[in-house]
Design a protein around this ligand. Structure first.
Ligand code: CDP
Length: 225
């Protein structure tokens, strides 16, 4: 059992590859345990979206970091993390799916997003944060860490059912490409934290996954106020 310091937020860290069911389960757990919820990938997507919109080349790392700084200056507090100025459909377009891999491999940009996420979490007493590096880099001391995964084929099918965009073959290709990009980058690669609980959801229903995650949260006192 981890001791929970009340001065620091209790973070449930949820990492894993594309379309492994992180958002669905995080939203449900957040509601059940009254946790603040943050989807960190949205911020990387938002920067990629703005880069495409403003014609910044995604291989131009220096200008991408400047763009990130500009967006930070334009937003108030941690608004960049939670801003509702952007439509989900825009942030999840095929071109953003490609551009975000370039954005997410830039160390200086990741440092800025990491700092924003940490500041956001300090304002929560308890929260659940999903991403790729939450348990490894952003909150290495999180008392609860999950790593959700599933076969690429099942993840592609789920993503297609959720977004109804493109063919199964194209979605599968994108999932595999993004897995490769996220797992092989030199900065904060996607890898389960040593102390993460890995759940392979390939043959599990959402309810079963939630059941497992909830039991862990209950056993580790996330329900304490
Ligand atoms: O929803 P999905 O699983 O497709 O991806 P996402 O969470 O929206 O993240 C989009 C992309 O942002 C990922 O493929 C990663 O390249 C990047 N990302 C990251 O590098 N670190 C995070 N903590 C979150 C996302």
């Amino acid at each position: 059992m981890h001791s929970l310091d009340r001065a620091t937020p209790v973070v449930v860290a949820v990492d894993g590859p594309a379309a492994a069911g992180k958002t669905t389960t995080c939203v449900a757990l957040a509601e059940r345990f009254k946790l603040g919820y943050l989807e960190s990938g949205r911020t990387y997507r938002l920067i990629a979206f703005e880069a495409l919109r403003r014609g910044v080349l995604t291989r131009d790392q220096e200008n991408l970091v400047s763009l990130c700084d500009e967006l930070l200056r334009e937003s108030r507090d941690q608004d960049l993390l939670t801003s509702d100025r952007y439509q989900s459909a825009d942030l999840r377009s095929p071109s953003v799916n490609v551009a975000v891999s370039d954005v997410a491999r830039i160390e200086d940009l990741r440092k800025r997003v990491t700092q924003l996420v940490r500041l956001w979490a300090e304002r929560q007493s308890r929260c659940i944060v999903e991403g790729r590096d939450i348990g490894t880099v952003v909150f290495p001391a999180a008392p609860i860490k999950f790593y959700l995964t599933a076969s690429p084929e099942v993840r592609a099918r789920r993503r297609l059912d959720q977004e109804h965009r493109g063919s199964y073959e194209d979605v599968l290709k994108d999932v595999i490409r993004r897995d490769e990009a996220d797992m092989s980058r030199s900065v904060s690669p996607l890898v389960p934290a040593d102390d993460a609980i890995t759940i392979d959801t390939t043959t599990l229903t959402i309810k079963e996954v939630l059941g497992r995650m909830s039991s862990v949260c209950e056993s580790r006192s996330v329900t304490f106020s």
